[in-house]
Design a protein around this ligand. Structure first.
Ligand SMILES: [Zn+2]
Length: 421
């Protein structure tokens, strides 16, 4: 049975850039796992499982015929010191790139956040340069017109700060990519300063990315807009004043740093309800580049067990990505992020890869038999269906979000209007 269903959106002019290398998989899985598998659940064999499933479906295969040019596999290069210094501090990089785990100074390690869920590990230098390099390689493919869409599932480390590792994140690849994409394009006349929208769909608030571009009390238009849709509740990681619903009357309010906090149990219905706000923000901002952090820890079946989001159906993650890829103007890059049910991560990112390529796989068809097949029991399908959790986002809460965003969108709109002479 052919598990692909025909796209209704037609072919892309340019193939989708899929960022992949064996080195990246190795550093994201085996090296990582062998040292800290019990303490760092985020990457255990995930990268390998994602790639193997994408490969099992033959999505990246080059063959003759109509589908031969859907994807372009791009081998990333490691990021250089200068590229990392575009955001990270020299002190942090020197420490994290030069210390071995047995010789580390515990006091300094703590200062740089290298403890608890972010311990030092063998191979950390390669990990940092390869993950940053992969995301920057993806960004370069869309900036240099090699592709209109790039995919880098190893990226999306949205908690890493300038001088601090946090929440399983050691390198701020999202921030580095935004800084790279917002650079003025020299060949344009008048010189073009691209607008970059960062949309974060991870269960957790994109604290480090939002903070990096937050301009408290700004009164002008910004080149970068961040919008995070996430769970927020007292004590829920990460703690940040920016994770709340923005308040236009707050002196620190910045209409380019936006949040939609959701309550537990958020489902397709909730995402469908708030999605017009997301598209309204996009329509006002008119981004040239859109980076989407596709964290999967909000999907049903994730050990975080907080949201009840699905992969398919109206309002699902797949539905959101389909809209972004096929209906939004601008060039896009899809990044990874959280997601601690490894099989579901492979399912979801494989499906999103097919959506980006304009050849969405059927969620109900059997997964092809290959060496990793048994990881997908008992359903042996791609689908990540909703569970039984109750959605605590009420009609009253939706109305509060909508009323707040009415004010936010009005301020955003006024900032985007060019000043009259
Ligand atoms: Zn997360």
């Amino acid at each position: 049975m052919d598990s692909r269903v025909e796209s209704t959106t037609g072919l892309h002019a340019r193939p989708v850039a899929y960022i992949f290398s064996e080195d990246l998989v190795k550093v994201s899985t085996s090296t990582y796992e062998s040292i800290i598998s019990s303490r760092l659940p985020s990457n255990r064999n995930r990268s390998l499982l994602v790639y193997s499933l994408v490969h099992a479906y033959g999505l990246l295969a080059t063959c003759t015929g109509q589908e031969s040019q859907r994807f372009l596999v791009v081998r990333p290069r490691p990021a250089g010191q200068k590229e990392l210094l575009a955001y990270h501090t020299r002190d942090y990089l020197e420490y994290v790139m030069n210390q071995s785990s047995d010789a580390q100074n515990l006091l300094e390690a703590s200062e740089f956040g290298l403890e608890d869920d972010c311990p030092m590990f063998h191979g950390i230098k390669d990990y940092i340069t390869l993950v940053a390099g992969a995301t920057l390689t993806g960004a370069a493919t869309i900036r240099n017109n090699i592709s209109d869409i790039a995919i880098c599932w190893d990226g999306g480390r949205h908690h890493a700060k300038k001088a601090r590792a946090s929440g399983f994140c050691y390198v701020a690849d999202c921030v580095l990519a935004i800084l790279f994409l917002k650079r003025t394009i020299p060949s344009t006349h008048p010189l073009k300063k691209p607008r970059v929208m960062y949309l974060d769909l991870d269960l957790h608030f994109s604290d480090a990315v939002s903070q990096a571009f937050h301009k408290p009390g700004s009164t002008t238009a910004a080149q970068v807009l961040t919008l995070s849709i996430h769970h927020a509740a007292p004590g829920f990681f990460p703690l940040s004043p920016l994770a709340s619903l923005p308040d236009v009357d707050d002196p620190a309010f910045d209409p380019f740093t936006l949040s939609v906090p959701l309550k537990a149990g958020a489902s397709n219905k909730t995402f469908l309800r708030i999605w017009p706000i997301v598209e309204h923000v996009k329509d006002i901002f008119r981004p040239d580049f859109i980076i989407v952090q596709c964290g999967l820890d909000g999907l049903a079946g994730d050990p975080m067990a907080t949201f009840n989001w699905s992969l398919g159906g109206e309002g699902s993650l797949g539905w959101c990505i389909h809209r972004i890829i096929h209906e939004w103007q601008g060039k896009k890059m899809l990044l990874g992020g959280g997601g601690y049910n490894m099989s579901n991560a492979a399912r979801a990112w494989t499906y999103l890869t097919s959506v980006a390529g304009g050849i969405p796989l059927s969620l109900d068809a059997d997964i092809p038999e290959y060496s990793g097949y048994l990881r997908f029991k008992p359903s042996f399908t791609l689908d990540v269906p909703a569970g039984n959790m109750q959605d605590q986002n009420t009609e009253e809460y939706f109305q509060a979000i909508e009323a707040t965003y009415e004010g936010i969108l009005s301020v955003l709109d006024s900032r985007m209007v060019p000043p009259t002479l």
